[in-house]
Design a protein around this ligand. Structure first.
Ligand code: F6R
Length: 253
């Protein structure tokens, strides 16, 4: 039986409000909470909502610590397609988070394996991640953990699948410019988070969401491994929830 809590919300805006609300709840309960963050198009409205809450409601990130799921190998933080650049642009530049408390893999290091070990050590040193915000790839990947990834995997260097490279090429001037290697946290790193919120919006995610929630718990669909997590919620808009067959309550918002 899947342990995933499914929350079906009216639309993308409601998903963003729910996800930002979960981050805010952690920060209010524990001002130095450790947030795990994703890039990609799905969480952009969530980051906008967090910026709004910071400006209008005084939500403070002054003591927060953040870890990101992944980064391209070979791109510096100044590169417009790096995940560091994305985070600065969508969140970090607009809230009071301290730069020294924001942790992303450095894609320019000479020894990326060592960078992965150091990243895991840093997560442990800060007491673990309180809340991971995740997106989901069309093939069920979470972070850059592609189908077949070991459930016990840790941070490591990976070669994203061709379909993932193709999907991500929409951000690059030419598909050949998409880095072929990335640094990613592992499935074990994610599953050790105290809580997890996976966000999915749009009809193009519906079949994958159904596999993750209602399909077998298997590395063939890495997001389905979240079925074993004790505190995991999927925050979905109506379209992303449209292939779920079980009765799910649809929230008014
Ligand atoms: C990004 C990440 C990826 C994305 C996934 C969905 O940090 O870890 O797994 O969450 O590829 O991307 P979008 O949201 O662009 O559909």
């Amino acid at each position: 039986m899947s342990g995933i809590e499914v929350r079906v919300l009216a639309d993308e805006t409601a998903v963003a409000a729910a996800a930002a609300g979960m981050c805010a709840a952690w920060l209010r309960r524990r001002p130095n909470a450790v947030l795990g963050l994703a890039t990609g198009s799905t969480p952009v409205p969530t980051y906008s909502e967090l910026v709004r809450m910071h400006r209008e409601e005084g939500l403070s990130f002054a003591q927060a610590r953040t870890f990101n799921l992944d980064e391209y190998f070979g791109l510096s933080g100044e590169h417009e397609q790096s995940y560091r650049f994305f985070m600065q642009q969508h969140l970090f530049n607009h809230v009071d988070v301290r730069p020294y408390n924001t942790f992303l893999f450095d894609g320019t290091v000479p020894d990326p394996e060592q960078e992965c070990l150091a990243f895991e050590a840093k997560i442990r040193a800060l007491g673990g991640v309180d809340l991971w915000l995740l997106g989901i790839g069309g093939n069920g990947h979470i972070a850059f953990n592609e189908p077949g990834s070991d459930p016990e995997s840790r941070s490591r260097v990976v070669a994203p699948n061709p379909e993932t490279v193709a999907a991500n090429s929409r951000y690059f001037a030419h598909p050949s410019l998409v880095p072929q290697l990335a640094l990613t946290v592992g499935l074990a790193t994610i599953s050790e988070g105290r809580s997890i919120a996976l966000l999915a919006t749009g009809a193009q995610k519906a079949a994958t969401v159904a596999r993750a929630v209602e399909g077998p718990c298997s590395p063939d669909c890495p997001a389905s491994l979240l079925q074993n997590h004790p505190d995991c919620a999927f925050l979905l808009d109506q379209a992303a929830a449209s292939h779920l067959t079980a009765r799910v309550s649809r929230e008014r918002s």
